[in-house]
Design a protein around this ligand. Structure first.
Ligand code: OGA
Ligand code: NI
Length: 377
């Protein structure tokens, strides 16, 4: 016998993320032991109907505490890194990476017209008819350029609204021929922005290396690729908002990620167990610690769990620049960061080894590093 259970928690005044906690607890405890069909809605939007059967035994991990905190974002002055206060800024950077896992960067030197132009181009690209965008669709994750569509996560019964165009971009000359020619401004705008963001990345990695007590070029020497994701979040229909995410909670499998947001809020970071809105600050970019910096720093820095929300009023765009090592670069912690008080948390591993299995581990946190831990079998 199958029982249809409908839980209507829509009117309990809970935050969306609290509802998810109920959902996750439900799916991972009650549901596996009974043959149940579950739905979070009694009268939900059509994309969530009919109630679906939750596949088991693979429920998503329970997300941490889900209140939104009002914490403030550390702001790093990039220009000051080139002056006498460099040691102070390096210290601030190290603290931000260690305590928050993210920070904003001001005076980054990316010209305003360059920023305006990459957003105009991104908007024009995603406003094109679907057939034009779909020319870049491929299921192959190793493709040099790839469109990813919005989708419904059948396991969690949520809709993930982000559409993104992801492509390799360093060196620009090697990849530019693969990039769209529509809109006609695309290649020039993207090349200009990405050249600028690479410069910011190298400056930051130098200071981050120093903050760990390493040579300035320690991390830079490991660099290989650079991958970018132009993210587009359409305004969401109100009836779908409750169970629509922009992007679900995740860490980035990068050294660092540099995120340029437009003026529409949406990014949230997990900070001390609470979701914190990382609202756009004009003329800044946000930098996240990624999984690989967590490993290089011998877990002194923690990769950032973050997600993006959508809203009903405005479309939102962000440009995420993902910084990667070369495939043969060794990622384990350097000897300088290992002593009897700080034993090595990670073994030495290459980025190739990491990337071979990074998509196999589905988790919202840094679990894809687990098999590289010294304690792992
Ligand atoms: C990403 C990401 C968040 C955002 O692209 O990895 O987390 O606000 N984006 O778009
Ligand atoms: Ni991300």
């Amino acid at each position: 016998m199958e029982i249809l259970v409908v839980i209507n928690i829509q009117h309990l005044g809970l935050q969306r993320s609290q509802k998810f906690q109920i959902f996750f607890v439900w799916t991972s405890t009650v549901a596996p032991t009974h043959k149940l069909k579950t739905s979070l809605f009694s009268q939900g939007p059509s994309i969530f109907h009919p109630p679906i059967r939750i596949p088991f035994p693979n429920p998503p991990s329970t997300l941490p505490e889900a209140q939104v905190s009002d914490g403030s974002i550390p702001i790093i002055d990039l220009e000051a890194l080139h002056g006498p206060s460099r040691p102070e800024i390096v210290k601030q950077l190290g603290q931000a990476c260690q305590l928050q896992g993210f920070f904003a960067v001001k005076n980054h030197g990316i010209p305003r017209p360059t920023v305006d132009s990459i957003f105009d181009t991104t908007r024009e690209f995603f406003h094109q008819p679907k057939e034009e965008r779909m020319k870049f669709y491929t299921p192959d994750p190793n493709s040099d350029i790839r469109l990813m569509n919005a989708y419904k996560d059948e396991v969690a019964n949520v809709y993930v609204a982000r559409e993104s165009l992801k492509f390799h971009c360093h060196p620009v000359e090697k990849y530019v021929d693969k990039w769209p020619t529509n809109p006609p401004s695309f290649r020039k705008s993207a090349a200009e922005y990405l050249t600028n963001v690479r410069r910011v990345e190298i400056t930051l990695l130098g200071a981050i290396s120093e903050s760990l007590g390493l040579e300035t070029d320690y991390i830079e020497k490991k660099l290989g690729g650079h991958y970018v994701s132009l993210n587009y979040y359409g305004a969401c229909e109100e009836s779908n908002l409750e169970l629509t995410y922009g992007v679900r909670a995740h860490t980035d499998p990068t050294i660092i990620t540099i995120l340029l947001q437009d003026e529409v809020p949406g990014l949230q970071a997990l900070s001390e167990g609470k979701w914190m809105d990382v609202n756009p600050i004009p003329d800044t970019v946000v930098v996240h610690v990624g999984d690989l910096l967590q490993a290089i720093s011998n877990h002194r820095f923690k990769s950032l769990v973050h997600q993006a929300m959508v809203n009903c009023e405005k479309e939102r765009m962000s440009i995420a620049s993902y910084c990667y090592p070369s495939s043969d670069a060794m990622i384990g912690p350097p000897e300088k960061l290992i002593d009897s008080d700080h034993p090595a948390v990670y073994k030495d591993f290459t980025f190739k080894e990491f990337s071979e299995q990074m998509w196999k581990v589905i988790s919202f946190d840094d679990a894809r590093l687990n098999s590289f831990k010294c304690s792992a079998a």
